[in-house]
Design a protein around this ligand. Structure first.
Ligand code: ADP
Ligand code: MG
Length: 292
C-alpha cells in the first residue's frame, strides 16, 4: 500500500464522517465478510422510553414506581436512566434506598423502605426463586412488540413489571440491506432477551440474532466467528462492547456512544448512520484497487 493512496483514502473517508485510527485499518477493512451489530444505541437510537407498568400485587402505581425508581436511580445502566426519567415525568417522588447492588446483565437488587426489591430479567427472578408464571403472558406480548420488559419482586414475591421501548434508527434497515447485497453476513448481538431481539431483528432485516449475551460474552462471540475463519467487524457504542471492538478484525464505534468504545475501536463512525459501515468497506476496497 502506498502512503499516498492511504492518505487520500483516509481523507476522503473523513469527509464522510468515517475516522480511521491508522492507515493499516483502511487496508484491513476490505477483507471484512461478517458484521456484528450491537442492538441498543447501534441499530436503535438507544433512548428507550418507559411505556408500560403492570402491577400484580395490589399496590398503587405511585407506591410501586416510587420503589422501582429509588432502586434504578442508583444504577448507571442506560435502561435505569430511562426508567427514572419516566417515573419522574409521572411526578412520582422516589422512596429512600437503604442498600443497592447492580447485577450486570441481570438487573438490580436494592433494599427500599425496608423491603427487598429486585428488578430485572427472568434469570434474575429464577436465581432468587421468585415464581413469575403469572407475568409470562404479558411479558411475552411486550417483548413481541420489541419492548424490553423487566420484572419486579418485593420480598421474594413477584410484584409487577415495567417495559421500555426503544426506536429503530431510520437508516438501519437500508444500511443492513446494503451490507447483505455486498454478501456480508450481518449478525445482531444484545444482552436483551431473545423475543425482543428477534422482534427488532425482523424490523431491520436481520435473522441472525445472538441474544441474552452477558456483558463479557460479546468478545467470546467475535472469537468464535474468527475461529471459523471469518473476518469480523464489530460495531457498537457501549462500555460492554469495548472488549469485542478491540478483539474484532475491525472495531467500529458509534460517535455518539461512550468514550470507552471509541478508544477500543479502529474506526469511529461520526454519524450514527449504519450506512457508514458499507461506505467504509467500499472505500477500503477502492483504496486497495488503486494500490494494485
Ligand atoms: P444491554 O444493555 O445490551 O441490553 P445488559 O447486559 O446490560 O444488556 O442487560 C441485560 C438485561 O438485564 C436488560 O435487557 C435488562 O432486562 C436487565 N437489566 C440490566 N440492567 C438493568 C437495570 N438497571 N434495571 C432493570 N433491568 C436491568
Ligand atoms: Mg449499545
Amino acid at each position: 500500500a502506498t502512503p499516498t493512496s492511504i492518505m487520500a483514502g483516509s481523507g476522503r473517508a473523513a469527509e464522510f464522517g468515517i475516522l480511521f485510527k491508522g492507515g493499516e485499518h483502511l487496508e484491513t477493512t476490505h477483507h471484512i465478510d461478517t458484521v456484528i451489530l450491537d442492538k441498543t444505541g447501534t441499530v436503535t437510537n438507544g433512548t428507550p422510553v418507559l411505556t408500560d407498568v403492570l402491577i400484580e400485587n395490589g399496590m398503587g402505581e405511585q407506591h410501586f414506581l416510587s420503589l422501582i425508581g429509588a432502586a434504578e436511580k442508583q444504577s448507571e445502566h442506560p435502561l435505569a436512566q430511562s426508567i427514572v426519567q419516566g417515573i419522574q415525568e409521572r411526578k412520582i417522588s422516589l422512596a429512600l434506598v437503604q442498600e443497592f447492588e447492580a447485577i450486570p446483565g441481570y438487573g438490580v437488587k436494592a433494599v427500599v423502605n425496608q423491603k427487598v426489591l429486585l428488578v430485572g430479567t427472568r434469570k434474575l427472578m429464577k436465581q432468587n426463586n421468585v415464581d413469575i408464571t403469572k407475568a409470562l403472558p404479558a411479558m411475552e406480548d411486550l417483548e413481541g412488540q420489541g419492548k424490553t420488559a423487566m420484572l419486579a419482586s418485593i420480598d421474594g414475591e413477584y410484584a409487577g413489571l415495567i417495559a421500555v421501548a426503544d426506536t429503530i434508527k431510520d437508516t438501519s434497515q437500508t444500511a443492513i440491506k446494503r451490507l447483505k447485497e455486498m454478501d456480508i453476513q450481518v449478525i445482531m448481538i444484545t444482552g436483551d432477551n431473545q423475543r425482543t431481539a428477534h422482534a427488532i431483528g425482523n424490523q431491520v432485516g436481520i435473522d441472525q440474532v445472538i441474544a441474552e449475551v452477558l456483558p463479557e460474552g460479546k468478545a467470546e462471540e467475535v472469537k468464535k466467528l474468527q475461529a471459523a475463519g471469518k473476518k469480523v467487524a464489530m460495531v457498537g457504542d457501549g462500555i460492554n462492547d469495548a472488549p469485542a471492538l478491540a478483539l474484532a478484525d475491525i472495531g467500529m464505534a458509534i460517535g455518539t456512544g461512550t468514550d470507552v468504545a471509541m478508544e477500543a475501536a479502529d474506526i469511529t463512525l461520526i454519524r450514527g448512520d449504519l450506512n457508514s459501515i458499507a461506505d467504509a468497506i467500499l472505500m477500503s476496497r477502492k483504496t486497495m484497487r488503486n494500490i494494485k
